[in-house]
Design a protein around this ligand. Structure first.
Ligand code: HPA
Ligand code: ZN
Length: 326
C-alpha cells in the first residue's frame, strides 16, 4: 500500500509554509541570524511537539518562525518543502503564507513574498512541481489588521491566487472578517477558509454564506450536522482534511476515530493534506498511509482522494487533467 500511495500523483491544498520548518533548518537559521532559540538540538525541539489543542501548537509555531528573517531564509524554507513534496509525487501545491506573522516582527511583506515566489519558480523549473500561493489572515488579530495586510498584497495581486483564514478558531468566527473578504473578492482573489477544525459546524456555514468560501480547510466538524453534510455533498464543496494534524491537535483521540472514511462515504469532496508536516510527523504520503491503515481504505478510496485533490484545486480544467494523468 505504501508503494501504491507513493506512486499516486497528488495535489496538496492545505499546507502552511511557516509550518514546514524542519528542526534542522530552524537550528541553522537561529544560529545564522543570532536568535536566542530555546532548543539546541533537533531532539529537544521535537520533544516540544506534544500538543494538547490548536493553541498549544500555534504558540510554538509562531515562536519558531521567529528564526526565519531574510528573503533567502524564506526561499530556503519554501524550496525544502517543494523538494520533499516533489519526492512524494505531489505535482501541484497550493501553499498558505501568514504575512502578519512576519510583518508584525518588522519584516517587509515584499521580503517574504520574494523569498517564497523565487523558490516556487525554481520548484517549477527544476522539480516540475506547479504551485499557487494563498495569503492567510490571522483570525486572532483584528479585521483592521487583515484589511491592512490585504492592501499590502494588492501590488502583488498577480502572484497570489487567493485568501484564507487561519490561527485560533474558537471565538474568531468567519463573520469577523466579512468586509475583508468582500474586498478581497472585489479584487478577484479566490476564497478559502479554515472552519470546523476546533470550531462548530456553524463556522463552516458562515464561511460559505458570509465569506463565500469556495473550499473549506479542515471542515471535519461538519459531521455533527446532517443538513450541512447534505449541503456540502450537493454543492461538492471541497474539504481539505489533515488527518495527522487532527489527531496530534486532539480534534480526534485516535486515527481510528477520524471521520475521513465516513466523509468519503457521505459523498463529500474530501482531500488529504499535511498542514504543518514536521510538527505532526508527516508529509502528504504519511497522512495517506496513516488513514489507510487506521480506516482500512481501499486502493479505490486512495485513488478517489488523489483525484479529488486535483479536482478541488484552483488549476484550470486542462491543467487538472494533464497533471492527474502524468
Ligand atoms: N489551523 C489553524 N491555524 C493554523 C493551522 C491550522 O491547522 N496551521 C497553521 N496555522
Ligand atoms: Zn491549516
Amino acid at each position: 500500500m505504501d508503494d501504491f500511495i507513493a506512486r499516486l500523483p497528488k495535489a496538496e491544498l492545505h499546507l502552511h509554509i511557516e509550518g514546514t520548518l524542519e528542526p534542522e533548518l530552524a537550528l541553522r537559521l537561529a544560529e545564522k541570524n543570532q536568535i536566542d532559540f530555546p532548543y539546541q538540538t533537533v531532539e529537544q525541539m521535537q520533544a516540544a511537539f506534544d500538543f494538547t489543542d490548536l493553541q498549544s501548537f500555534l504558540d510554538l509555531y509562531y515562536a519558531s518562525i521567529g528564526v526565519v528573517r531574510t528573503e533567502e531564509d524564506f526561499h530556503d524554507l519554501t524550496l525544502a518543502y517543494l523538494k520533499k513534496a516533489a519526492s512524494q509525487n505531489v505535482r501541484h501545491t497550493e501553499i498558505f503564507f501568514d504575512p502578519q506573522s512576519h510583518t508584525d516582527r518588522g519584516i517587509p511583506f515584499e521580503t517574504v513574498l520574494k523569498g517564497i515566489t523565487s523558490a516556487l519558480k525554481q520548484g517549477q523549473t527544476e522539480l516540475g512541481i506547479s504551485s499557487q500561493l494563498i495569503l492567510s489572515f490571522l483570525r486572532h488579530l483584528s479585521a483592521e489588521s487583515a484589511m491592512e495586510t490585504l492592501q499590502q498584497a494588492l501590488p502583488f495581486r498577480d502572484q497570489i491566487i487567493g485568501v484564507g483564514l487561519d490561527s485560533s478558531e474558537l471565538g474568531h468566527p468567519p463573520s469577523k472578517f466579512v468586509n475583508v473578504f468582500a474586498e478581497a473578492r472585489r479584487h478577484g482573489f479566490r476564497v478559502v477558509c479554515h472552519a470546523g477544525e476546533e470550531g462548530p459546524p456553524e463556522y463552516i456555514t458562515e464561511a460559505l454564506d458570509l465569506l463565500h468560501a469556495e473550499r473549506i480547510d479542515h471542515g471535519v466538524r461538519c459531521m455533527e450536522d446532517a443538513d450541512l453534510i447534505t449541503r456540502l455533498a450537493n454543492e461538492q464543496i471541497p474539504l481539505t482534511v489533515c488527518p495527522l494534524s487532527n489527531v496530534r491537535l486532539c480534534v480526534f483521540k485516535t486515527m481510528s476515530e477520524h471521520p475521513l472514511k465516513r466523509m468519503l462515504d457521505a459523498g463529500l469532496l474530501v482531500t488529504v493534506n499535511s498542514d504543518d508536516p514536521p510538527y505532526f510527523s508527516g508529509y502528504v504520503n504519511e497522512n495517506f498511509a496513516a488513514v489507510q491503515k487506521a480506516l482500512n481504505l481501499s486502493q479505490d478510496d486512495l485513488k478517489t482522494l488523489a483525484q479529488n485533490s486535483f479536482e478541488a484545486s484552483f488549476l484550470s480544467k486542462d491543467k487538472k487533467q494533464s497533471l492527474k494523468s502524468l
